[in-house]
Design a protein around this ligand. Structure first.
Ligand SMILES: [Zn+2]
Length: 296
């Protein structure tokens, strides 16, 4: 199973950022493609296919100028994200707006990757209108890859960030450790996950999160893959870990339930035979579980 959001077709062409003449030329070219993001949603048609626009969209929008973000080049095609003004109602672009997780798995991998990149950048702009040092307004700079304080004495520049989060499948022989949160649909379990804290390495973050949430001690830890997860700004770092203990002492604030599941139970879940429901197909959690399920 391919990991959703990791099939980017884009050359990010960092050398072009901030070069105004190049940006104007690329944005005005008939090949240019624009991906609008309104609040946390994308324009889609009746079949949940995302709408992609040419440069004419820049003249269509009313209700405030969008932030134009240069994403990069896919072969000869320049791609841009447009962070639309967060108006009360969505702009009329034909069709409706939908959240990416509602339709990501029906898209070809490269489209899902483009949209997740556009979404990550647009949401960062929306959430950083003010300078973190002095509180003055910020403005987009470097073709949308930074924001700079408008107070000239301050001029603090800030960059888009991703928050590292570890997500791990903990196993003990033929069993794996899965937990569930109270707000999930009944029967759904997933891998343990949590944010990396300042001053902490990834391996110890894995061991700490598992110990805090489940009481299980983890020994060897192995990194497998990562996935951008800008909901709103995470980077998921996927691990496998070997449990040294099996007794579960659940953090009742974090998890409503936590259990060991056998490989046979996970296989039954996949066929719909058991009561266990696996996490969403677009998630690295599902990818980690399926990778283990398909071994041996
Ligand atoms: Zn400032």
């Amino acid at each position: 199973m391919a990991l959703t959001y990791t099939d980017s077709p884009i050359d990010r062409a960092e050398h072009l950022r901030g070069k105004d003449a190049d940006m104007r030329r690329l944005a005005d070219s008939t090949a240019a493609q624009f991906l609008p993001v309104w609040k946390e949603t994308h324009p889609v048609d009746a079949n949940m296919r995302p709408h992609v626009f040419g440069p004419e969209i820049l003249t269509k929008l009313d209700g405030g100028a969008p932030t134009v973000i240069f994403l990069g080049l896919a072969k000869e095609t320049p791609w841009f994200a447009l962070a639309l003004a967060p108006s009360e109602t969505p702009p009329d672009l034909g069709g409706t707006f939908a959240g990416l997780r509602e339709f990501a798995t029906i898209l070809p991998g490269h489209e899902a990757s483009l949209l997740v990149y556009a979404r990550a950048m647009a949401i960062w702009h929306q959430n950083h209108p003010h300078c973190s040092r002095c509180g003055a307004r910020t403005r987009p700079t470097e073709s949308g890859h930074s924001r700079t304080c408008t107070d000239e004495a301050c001029a603090h520049r800030t960059f888009p960030r991703s928050d590292p989060a570890v997500i791990m499948l903990i196993t003990k022989g033929e069993q794996c450790l899965l937990g569930r949160k109270a707000e999930w649909r009944p029967g759904q379990f997933s891998t343990i996950a949590g944010f990396v804290e300042p001053g902490e390495d990834l391996e110890n973050a894995v061991r700490r999160e598992v110990a805090e949430e489940t009481g299980v001690k983890v020994g060897a830890v192995r990194y497998l893959a990562s996935q951008p997860w800008p909901f709103p700004s995470s980077l998921m770092l996927g691990f496998r870990g070997e449990a040294l203990t099996t007794e579960i002492t659940r953090d009742t604030h974090e998890l409503e339930d936590c259990r060991w599941f056998s490989r046979a139970e996970v296989r039954a879940a996949e066929s719909g035979a058991g009561s266990l429901l696996l996490p969403h197909r677009s998630s690295i959690s599902r990818w980690l579980i399926e990778g283990w399920r398909d071994e041996s």
